[in-house]
Design a protein around this ligand. Structure first.
Ligand code: BTN
Length: 312
């Protein structure tokens, strides 16, 4: 673990209790988890230039060349949230980052979408599945339902990664803010500051019992589209995404035959755009993967994550 003492000095926003910058760590989620275990109050923030064991959803790894992505984790003591609302922490992180990234990269509002529940993606008609992923979110909680509940939400967003630097197996499914904005450099510190400014009001609202259901709903890229959902037993479910449930965090689908169903994160491994919907127009999809939630720890992670996610 290498600390960065030469990082540009920022004024720490009031809502942060601890804010540290690292050159290289195994995983920022693990740093923040350790801080919470020591009793560090919310909100603690670890930012790294590089991770040597970055983690994505479903036990996958998360990789990004040093300095090309903003990699951070936030630690919370969310006793103010009911256990079935913990997913909202990951949602506000994704929403605040999408807002910040559009501003800093000079993108039109709404250009960045959420792929249920928390991937930040951009529509890319020529990509397989019709989207490319810009950022992924990993939420992990402990002690849900107790007064000592803690949660870590990590996000990795590709800001300055150039297309020719992506590993071959990722060029089709991943992209970066630099690519989306046609070459504009997106400075990591500027993006971090813009993110924190947008996260604070969303967190204060959450503590007061308010969540931006409309904003979360509007950013969803799958709504109204045909999708294919991979379930933990390997079954592929063809359905139409109807929307998302702002109370439970579920993906709302209509199955063939017209029956409606709600899917929680732990019930889904992958969501993809159905090939016919892809051909039909501008769109969506997903290279997504959710945790199997086979173990209590995995279920806890789902409580924060809420749903799918792809990994670099
Ligand atoms: C996914 O889409 O699979 C989630 C990826 C989450 C990656 C971030 S990078 C910062 C934080 N530290 C980690 O080890 N993972 C998250």
């Amino acid at each position: 673990m290498t600390r960065r003492d030469d990082a540009p000095r920022r004024t720490r926003p009031d809502f942060l209790s601890r804010d540290e910058r690292f050159r290289s760590v195994p995983s920022t989620n693990d740093i923040v988890r350790a801080w919470l275990t020591e009793g560090t109050p919310e909100v603690c923030l670890a930012v790294a230039d590089e991770q040597t064991a970055g983690r994505g959803r479903s036990g996958r790894s998360w990789v990004a060349p040093s300095g090309t992505a903003l990699l951070l984790s936030l630690g919370f003591w969310p006793a103010y949230l009911e256990p079935d609302r913990l997913w909202r922490l990951a949602a506000i992180v994704a929403l605040a980052m999408a807002d910040a990234a559009e501003e800093v990269a000079g993108l039109p509002m709404g250009k960045l979408r959420l792929k249920w529940p928390n991937d930040i993606v951009v529509e890319a008609p020529r990509a397989p599945g019709g989207i490319r992923k810009v950022a992924g979110v990993l939420g992990e909680s402990e002690g849900a339902g107790t007064a000592d509940v803690t949660a870590v939400v990590g996000i990795g967003i590709n800001n300055n990664w150039r297309r020719n630097e992506f590993p071959a197996d990722l060029t089709d499914v991943m992209t970066s803010l630099r690519e989306v904005s046609r070459g504009r450099e997106v400075e990591t510190e500027t993006l971090l500051d813009a993110f924190l400014v947008r996260l604070e009001p969303r967190l204060l609202a959450l503590r007061d019992g308010h969540f931006d259901v409309a904003g979360w709903h509007d950013r969803q890229v799958t709504t109204g589209r045909g999708i294919q959902i991979e379930l933990p037993d390997g079954e592929i479910l063809a359905a139409r995404a109807v929307g998302v449930d702002g109370a439970t965090g579920a993906l709302l689908i209509e199955e063939e035959g017209g029956s409606e169903r709600e899917l929680l994160a732990g019930e889904v491994v992958h969501v993809r755009l159905a090939p016919d919907a892809e051909a039909a127009g501008p769109t969506t999809s997903a290279a997504g993967a959710a945790d199997p939630a086979a173990a209590p720890g995995a279920a806890a992670a789902e409580a924060v994550s809420g749903g799918g996610g792809v990994t670099n």
